[in-house]
Design a binder for this molecule. Structure first.
Ligand SMILES: [Zn+2]
Length: 184
């Protein structure tokens, strides 16, 4: 389903258009390729992923859709990652998605901290409440969903070995390992 069309409430995976790129958060350089460290080749600042198709989407409709999915019981809707699948690469099928309901972690308001730094409200998302106790679960559900090889996002390609999953062998560093192994 093209993301610019009317989104569906159910759990059918969607396929984003091939319109991803990188933009430097420092100097604004836009590029279609990035080095492994995701740093700007001009100023060394971090790169963020952009998608020009996001500009044509209706943010209010997407927010409504994502809120409505919180009350559904399909496996993709119970995931705090796949609930927002309009922003993700499309898997081959719903059954191919590897998920443990990751990402549905609580937000805690921090009133003392917000007063101290002079902002109205401040929240912390407790990613330690993920299935394996690590924020890495949110990336690993996407990495484990796609078949061995490379994940393509438009002109971008990600080697699966870079995200720690290789066939039946789990290779990951530090707190990425439980998430990688849980997905196998
Ligand atoms: Zn830059």
């Amino acid at each position: 389903m093209p993301l610019s069309s009317t989104p569906e409430k159910g759990s059918k995976p969607s396929q984003p258009p091939a319109s991803f790129g990188f933009r430097c958060i420092g100097c604004g350089l836009v590029t279609t390729a990035a080095a492994q460290d995701f740093r700007c080749s001009e100023c060394g600042n971090l790169l963020e992923i952009t998608d020009s198709s996001w500009n044509s989407r209706n943010p209010t409709a997407l927010k409504t859709l994502w809120r409505e999915r919180r009350s559904l019981n399909a496996s993709l809707d119970l995931s705090g990652v796949w609930r927002f699948r309009e922003l993700l690469p499309g898997p081959a099928s719903e059954d191919s998605v590897v998920t443990l309901r990751e990402g549905n972690t609580p937000l805690y308001e921090l009133p003392q901290s917000s007063r101290r730094i002079g902002i109205p409200r401040l929240y912390a998302k407790h990613q330690g409440m993920n299935p394996t106790g690590s924020f890495k679960d949110t990336g690993m559900t996407v990495a484990a969903t796609f078949p061995p090889g490379r994940i393509s996002l438009g002109s971008l390609r990600f080697d699966r070995q870079h995200v720690g999953v290789d066939g039946s062998l789990c290779r990951a560093r530090w707190n990425a390992q439980p998430g990688a192994c849980a997905g196998r």
